[in-house]
Unconditional design. Structure first.
Ligand SMILES: C[S@@+](CC[C@H](N)C(=O)[O-])C[C@H]1O[C@@H](n2cnc3c(N)ncnc32)[C@H](O)[C@@H]1O
Length: 365
C-alpha cells in the first residue's frame, strides 16, 4: 500500500527490539507507580469506589482514570475485586518504583529520542496524586519551561510517530494534487503537519490547519510561516461543522493525527468528516488503538471530561467502559459503517510496530 515503504524508510535506523523493551518498561513503571500511589493513601484493605475516591481526593472528572487503573490492576492480578470492594494483592515500596525507573532510563538512553519520552513519563508518574486531584496539568509537564522539545519527542520524533507521519505525508502527497484543499483537524502542536507540509511543498495546496483550541493556532502560525497557502481556523470535531463555517464537500483530504479518539461517537464523527469530503476525497488519520498503562498515568489526564461536566462519557461502544481508544478493528468497522470505502491500515499485520498500536487509517469517499 502507498506509504509503507516511506514509513519503513523513516525508521530504518530504529532499534525496534529496544523499542519493545522501552514500551514494556514504561508499562511496568506505570503499574508499580499506580500500586505505590494507592498504597500511599493507605488503601491496603478492601475498599469500594467511594472510599477510594475519598481517600485520593480524585477530581470528579478524573474518576474514570482511577476506575481504569483498578480494572487494570485486577487484570494484572495486582488487585482483586469482591462485592465491589477492591483489595491490592501486594504493596509496592518507593525503592521498587525507583528501580523500575532506573531500568526505564537505561532502556530509553539507547534509543534516539526516547529520552524526551521517558523524561515526560517519569515526571507524570511522580505527580500522580497532584494529577488525580487536578492540581497540575499534563500540559504543564509536556510544556515544562516552555520547552516544546518534549512534546515533539512525544508526538513527532518517537519511532511510531515517525513511521505514521511519513506514511501520512506520502499518502497526502499522492492524494493532494495541485490546488487540492486539505483540512487538518486537531492539528495541535503540528507534529504531523510539519512532515505533511514539507511533503506537499510544491503541490500548491490550500492547507487549513485547525484545532479545537486557539492556544495551538498562534504557535502554528509562527512555526509554519515559511509555507504558502496555510490558513488557520478553529474546529471542534464533535460540533456542527456547518455552524462552525465548514461547507459540505469542500475538501479533498481530511487529515487527523491523534485526535479522533476524542470523537464522542466515532461513527457520527467519521460520518460528519466524510460529508466534508468532495467525492473521491479521502480521510487519513492516525490514532493509538491500545490502552497502554503508560498512557493511563500520563496522557489520559488530558482526555478527561471538563470539570463542568465530569461524568460526560462517549456515546458509542465505549460508553460505560472507561476506555478511550477504539481498537484497530473497531476503527475499521466504524469507517465502513460511516460509508468509507477502499479502507487501508498501516503498519501491516505482524509488523513490530503493532506492539505500540499506533495505526494510520485511510478511507475514501
Ligand atoms: C494528542 S494531540 C495531537 C496533536 C497533533 N495532531 C499531533 O499528532 O502532533 C490532540 C489534539 O486534538 C485537539 N482536540 C481535542 N479535542 C478536539 C475536538 N473535539 N476537536 C478538534 N480538536 C480536538 C487538542 O486540542 C490537541 O491539539
Amino acid at each position: 500500500m502507498t506509504g509503507h515503504a516511506a514509513g519503513e524508510h523513516a525508521i530504518r535506523d530504529a532499534d525496534l527490539v529496544g523499542l519493545e523493551t522501552l514500551v514494556d518498561q514504561l508499562d511496568d513503571v506505570a503499574l508499580l507507580a499506580i500500586v505505590f500511589t494507592l498504597g500511599r493513601y493507605g488503601l491496603t484493605g478492601a475498599h469500594d469506589l467511594g472510599e477510594i475516591y475519598g481517600a485520593t481526593s480524585v477530581a470528579p472528572r478524573h474518576r474514570r482514570i482511577l476506575r481504569r487503573w483498578l480494572r487494570v490492576l485486577v487484570a494484572e492480578k495486582l488487585a482483586v475485586v469482591e462485592d465491589g470492594r477492591y483489595r491490592l494483592t501486594r504493596t509496592v515500596a518507593a525503592a521498587e518504583v525507583e528501580q523500575a525507573r532506573a531500568k526505564l532510563e537505561a532502556a530509553a538512553r539507547g534509543l534516539e529520542h526516547g529520552s524526551g519520552l521517558a523524561r515526560f513519563f517519569q515526571l507524570s508518574v511522580s505527580y500522580l496524586p497532584e494529577l488525580l486531584r487536578d492540581e497540575i496539568s499534563v500540559q504543564s509537564l509536556l510544556f515544562a519551561d516552555a520547552d516544546l522539545d518534549v512534546a515533539d519527542d512525544v508526538y513527532q520524533r518517537n519511532v511510531a510517530s515517525r513511521y505514521a507521519n511519513a506514511v501520512a505525508a506520502e499518502v497526502a502527497a499522492s492524494l493532494a494534487r495541485p490546488g487540492a484543499r486539505v483540512l487538518e483537524v486537531g492539528a495541535g502542536v503540528g507534529g504531523t503537519t510539519a512532515v505533511v507540509l514539507s511533503a506537499l511543498a510544491g503541490n500548491r495546496v490550500d492547507y487549513l490547519f485547525t484545532d479545537v483550541s486557539r492556544f495551538f493556532l498562534s504557535s502554528a502560525r509562527e512555526r509554519f510561516a515559511a509555507y504558502d497557502g496555510v490558513r488557520y481556523g478553529l474546529l471542534d470535531v464533535n460540533g456542527d461543522y456547518a455552524a462552525q463555517g465548514y461547507e459540505p464537500e469542500s475538501f479533498d483530504v481530511v487529515l487527523a493525527a491523534n485526535v479522533l479518539h476524542n470523537a464522542r461517537h466515532a461513527v457520527d464523527v467519521l460520518t460528519a468528516l466524510r460529508s466534508l469530503l468532495a467525492p473521491g476525497g479521502a480521510l487519513v488519520f492516525i490514532d493509538t488503538t491500545v490502552e497502554h498503562y503508560q498512557l493511563m498515568t500520563s496522557m489520559q489526564f488530558l482526555m478527561s471530561p471538563p470539570a463542568s461536566d465530569p461524568d460526560a462519557d462517549f456515546t458509542d461502544f465505549r460508553r460505560g467502559t472507561d476506555r478511550i481508544f477504539p481498537t484497530r478493528e473497531e476503527w475499521l468497522d466504524a469507517l465502513s459503517t460511516a460509508g468509507f470505502s477502499d479502507l487501508e491500515c498501516l503498519p501491516p499485520p505482524g509488523h513490530p510496530l503493532g506492539r505500540i498500536g499506533q495505526y494510520l487509517f485511510v478511507g475514501r469517499r
